[in-house]
Design a protein around this ligand. Structure first.
Ligand code: MTE
Ligand code: MO
Length: 313
């Protein structure tokens, strides 16, 4: 079945996001293509036009219990909207995610600016249920909808000089009131080494729980790198740049002692303020042991063979 993936002017649906999600799971189990509209962000006025059509069950994912949607969308870090966990849900509604474009720059054969829809359209969407752990010591399990970053990277034909990929979030004080305070040197910048960016676990997410991304979770396009601390998973991306040299990320600039470039989840390397040995899964009381590479060691450990991970933290 062929389904049109992108439409404009989707009207509000009566169905709750959870109901859509359950239905989607049922259809995916039945091995059918999943049609129909996904709902836009819970109660956000500047709703995205993005419509997710077919979503395939992902190649990777955990079967651990998912964090409830309510927690996923109300307990967030998105400093562009304030530094408390409830600020993003309260203020990110004013972010206008349509129209949206992303600039592809640097060491590649095909640089240029692209409308979000054109950037995403060629890629089949998958659901990937990933753990994501914040360096502050909490974690969630989220059913993301997205596609491998590597597939997008290959389309733009990076040159042999492209050793790293740098990402930038939107810079706009009007829409992002948290940028009026110099908590970070805005815009938010993140980066990956090319092999990390091409790793099949690394995705660009456009949705979660069967709906387009709520603004507080990084609409309309964000990175998800599940074996690294949450802050590497940059939200609301407007620029992707191929570079020969290692990018300096916003967190490295703010506090180089605390935040290294790699920031792999590693229970053996404490953050100066927080041990990384344990974590609290949101919704649970007893703490869990934090696993090396957030439990993705089998998939990613080889990327770092021979590297001293205490030095390259
Ligand atoms: N642009 C931007 N991206 C960001 C952040 C931010 O403040 N700004 N916070 C990061 C941190 S610290 C975490 S833990 C995750 C949280 O993602 P979530 O709110 O979707 O769970 O987003 C990351 N991406
Ligand atoms: Mo975080």
């Amino acid at each position: 079945m062929r389904i049109k993936r992108w439409e404009s002017g989707l009207s509000e649906s009566e169905v709750t996001p959870e109901a859509v999600y359950r239905d989607r799971r049922r259809l995916m189990k039945a091995g059918l293509a999943v049609a129909g509209a996904a709902l836009a962000g819970v109660g956000s006025p500047a709703r995205a036009r993005l419509v997710l059509g077919e979503v395939h069950p992902g190649a990777y994912g955990t079967d651990e219990e998912k964090t409830p949607l309510k927690d996923v969308t109300s307990y967030n870090n998105f400093y562009e909207f304030g530094t408390s966990k409830s600020d993003p849900a309260e203020y990110a509604g004013r972010l206008k995610t349509d129209p949206w474009s992303v600039s592809i720059e640097g060491e590649c054969a095909r640089p240029g600016r692209h409308a979000l829809e054109d950037l995403i359209r060629p890629h089949p969407l998958e659901e990937r249920i990933y753990r994501l752990r914040c360096v502050e010591g909490w974690s969630m399990v989220i059913p993301w909808i997205g596609f491998p970053l590597g597939d997008l990277i290959r389309r733009f034909e990076p040159t042999s000089k492209a050793k790293y990929v740098e990402f930038e979030t939107l810079l706009d004080k009007q829409q992002m009131p948290g940028q009026r305070r110099r908590v970070l040197d805005w815009p938010y910048v993140e980066g990956l080494r090319m092999d990390e960016a091409l790793h099949p676990l690394t995705i660009l997410a456009v949705g979660l729980y069967g709906q387009v991304l709520p603004n507080q979770n990084g609409a309309p396009l964000r990175l998800v790198v599940p074996w690294k601390y949450g802050f590497k998973s940059i939200k609301s991306i407007v620029r992707i740049r191929f570079r020969e040299t290692q990018p300096t990320t916003a967190w490295m600039k703010a506090s180089p002692r605390e935040y290294g470039f790699y920031s792999n989840v590693n229970p053996e390397v404490p953050h100066p303020r927080w041990s990384q040995k344990r974590e609290r899964r949101i919704g649970e009381f007893r703490k869990r042991r934090t696993l090396m590479f957030n439990g993705y060691a089998e998939e990613v450990a080889s990327l770092y063979s021979g590297m001293d991970l205490k030095k390259y933290f």
